[in-house]
Design a protein around this ligand. Sequence first.
Ligand code: T4K
Length: 376
Amino acid sequence: MLEPFRERIYVTRPVLPTLEEVTSKLRDIWDSKWLTNNGPQHSMLELELAEFLKVPYLSLFNNGTIALMVACQSLRLSGEVITTPFTFAATPHVLSWNNITPIFCDVDAETMNLDAEKVESMITPHTTGILAVHVFGTPCDVEKLQEVADRYGLKIIYDAAHAFGVELDGRGIGNFGDISMFSFHATKLYHTLEGGALVHGDKNLKPRIDLLKNFGIKNEDEVVMPGINGKLDEIRAAIGRIMLGYVEGERLKRRQIYEIYEEELGGVAGITLMPEVSADVKLNYQYYVIRIDEKVFGRSRDEVYDALRDYNIFSRKYFHPLCSEYTCYRQLSSSRVENLPVANQIARQVLSLPNYGELALDDVRKICAILKSFGK
Ligand code: T4K
């Protein structure tokens, strides 16, 4: 019988810079007395991040959700937008906050991303865009989605909340579609405590996005659109600058953990590992998510989740329930189970396992041993 962990093992833990690094940056900010509204830390981080993510234009935000809301506004989306039900609540909510109806489309059984083959069948005369998610950092079928969008004159926004640093054929993942959003929440591979960004390749879009995130204020005498407050303050921008130095180290540590999960859980009957990606994809290894087939494994995902807690392992059911099951969306006709058979099956099988740089590799092996002990 394996012993439970003495301390709780969470699904993730934030990467933290040293206090000394933070204090030194705080001193600069205190001296300048410039705390927010496009200060020097903010300006420098925008440039540094655009370079890191290999994208032409980048605007910082106070979180990924407000950034996505502004993305919809900046592209003037309206009516209906096709999206995935297998995502965090923020994705469809930003559509609702823009008075847009989310139209849920089923996902691909392997990648768990929007099924690009099915998107076309969800298009109506009211459709203005596609809001796709690179879920768990696995890239969407960007070529096929673009082909459909071009044919119907639709915009594409990518929710790249999970995809910081992911690359496709040497290109930053933020270079696809019309706009991509990155989240810099504390639980992400790269973070600014709370924060986010919009990235794109259209130089005319940057001024509009920057106005929208600053109340639409053009200058002291002109307010030109109904904007919102989406600004990132100087302290979090400074922390973001420090954190850029931690990304690659954390990514490599998570890759080691990822590889142990693959090695230990590969071949276990009833467990599906993370999707395989082609050789031209650079992953960020942020999440490790398995799927449990109850009939084959012998225990349901919910039973495994509960049993892991007995061992002090706090996995998460990302993403269960589906957004189409929320009380605010389940009345939509696109939310019917018959429309979303794959997503409904995945949401009942999926389990996100602990994955963060500080997690000891022996502990990862122990988590695998505990998990395997629950099987038939
Ligand atoms: N689109 C997608 C696809 C997203 O996944 C998200 C966010 C967004 C959009 C919106 O971006 P933001 O507006 O958040 O920038 C967490 C995050 O809060 C959320 O940002 C993230 N997705 C989502 C997938 O995960 P919860 O509700 O699961 O967080 P919570 O508080 O339960 O934290 C998870 C675990 O992390 C805890 O069990 C322990 C650890 N933790 C957490 C925090 C906050 C820490 O150790 N320290 C901490 O400070 O949503």
